[in-house]
Design a binder for this molecule. Structure first.
Ligand code: ADP
Length: 328
């Protein structure tokens, strides 16, 4: 039985998911930023359509919230293909993958989020599917065991990962296209905030746009979430328009400081400071701040490192002078 907190959380997740879907760009032309990636994809899609062949398998890597899922959806849409989405952790057994693969139509897109978390046995099934469009299924066990070859329609696998380094070399080698998404510069985030505000029917002044964009740590998802929260504040405490003052109140309520740091970021910095600045291992940091190691590594550290607040050394994480000043 779920606790009320869990139920409330699920509800929040559902609303968050609906909100994200509403703000997803509907065409590649509408996608803001990542010009190199978008240009490459445009060429590959056009070439595949011209040849009447499925698009090469694509691997997107980059921090959470940079647009990997969005791009996968846009690719399927531009190709006019079916889109089947799943995630690495959901594919627990080879059978889960087999039923997905056998349901794909020619040219369909199979999107696997968090592909680095797919079990190795499932990954190995994908090899022949990606290369030769078949899978060999072993039926029965012991002396009666036999293998049956199942042919598949040609499809495009799109994988998304926050940890490209965790993918095995043979798996990576099977993707024809590897695209890395980088954090967005503030001017692109500004455009994303303006677009989202328009879609939400919310008035925002320029100073507020600037504030949201500059606190979003290079991530469209965070920019959109901040906008959603400050819009609530504007409705409750103002006349509905998001002004700079409303935005400052909202950011304070969210615990986001002038560096775009959240309470958990500051806890990470404080933990390092308490340990004499480090170096200390990720495990110790995770226990001290009460968050999973993976989450810290994927969602918090990249920003802290990029902004020069911490350093990753072979012996662990170290606080920099700049990081120390934040929690002085
Ligand atoms: P990821 O799969 O990398 O975690 P998503 O594709 O789910 O990220 O993007 C998260 C949210 O951010 C989406 O709801 C989408 O609306 C928004 N978003 C991401 N990239 C862009 C972009 N380039 N332009 C506009 N919105 C974007």
């Amino acid at each position: 039985m779920a606790t009320p907190e869990e139920i409330l959380d699920t509800e929040r997740d559902r609303q968050e998911a609906e909100f994200e879907t509403a703000l997803r760009p509907r065409s590649l032309a509408e996608f803001i930023g990542q010009p190199k990636v978008v240009e490459n994809l445009g060429v590959f899609i056009a070439a595949a359509r011209k040849r009447g062949e499925p698009l090469d398998h694509i691997l997107f890597s980059g921090m959470p919230g940079l647009g990997k899922t969005t791009l996968a959806n846009l690719i399927a849409r531009e190709l006019g293909s079916g889109m089947h989405a799943t995630s690495g952790p959901a594919l627990e057994r080879a059978g889960d993958l087999v039923s997905l693969l056998t349901n794909l139509g020619r040219g369909d897109v199979l999107f696997i989020d968090e592909i680095h978390r797919m079990p190795r046995v499932v990954e190995e099934y994908l090899y022949s599917a990606m290369e030769d469009w078949h899978i060999d299924i072993v039926l029965d066990q012991g002396p009666a065991a036999r293998s049956v070859r199942v042919s598949l329609q040609q499809f495009t696998l799109i994988g998304a990962t926050t940890r490209e380094g965790l993918l095995s070399a043979p798996f990576r080698a099977r993707f024809g296209v590897l695209e890395r998404l980088d954090p967005y510069p503030v001017e692109e985030l500004r455009k994303i905030v303006v677009r989202s505000a328009r879609l939400l029917g919310t008035g925002v002044d320029d100073a507020a746009v600037e504030l949201v964009a500059s606190r979003a740590r290079g991530t469209p998802r965070i920019a959109n979430r901040i906008l959603r929260r400050v819009r609530d504040v504007a409705q409750v405490k103002g006349d509905g328009k998001v002004t700079r003052a409303i935005c400052e109140t909202g950011l304070r309520m969210l615990g986001i400081d002038e560096h775009g740091l959240t309470e958990l970021d500051r806890r990470i910095l404080r933990c390092l400071k308490d340990q004499g600045g480090g170096p200390i291992g990720l495990k110790t940091v995770a226990v001290a701040v009460g968050e999973e190691e993976d989450t810290i590594e994927d969602s918090y550290e990249p920003h802290l490192i990029r902004e020069g607040f911490i350093q990753k050394t072979p012996r662990g994480r170290k606080l920099t002078d700049k990081g120390g000043a934040v929690v002085a």
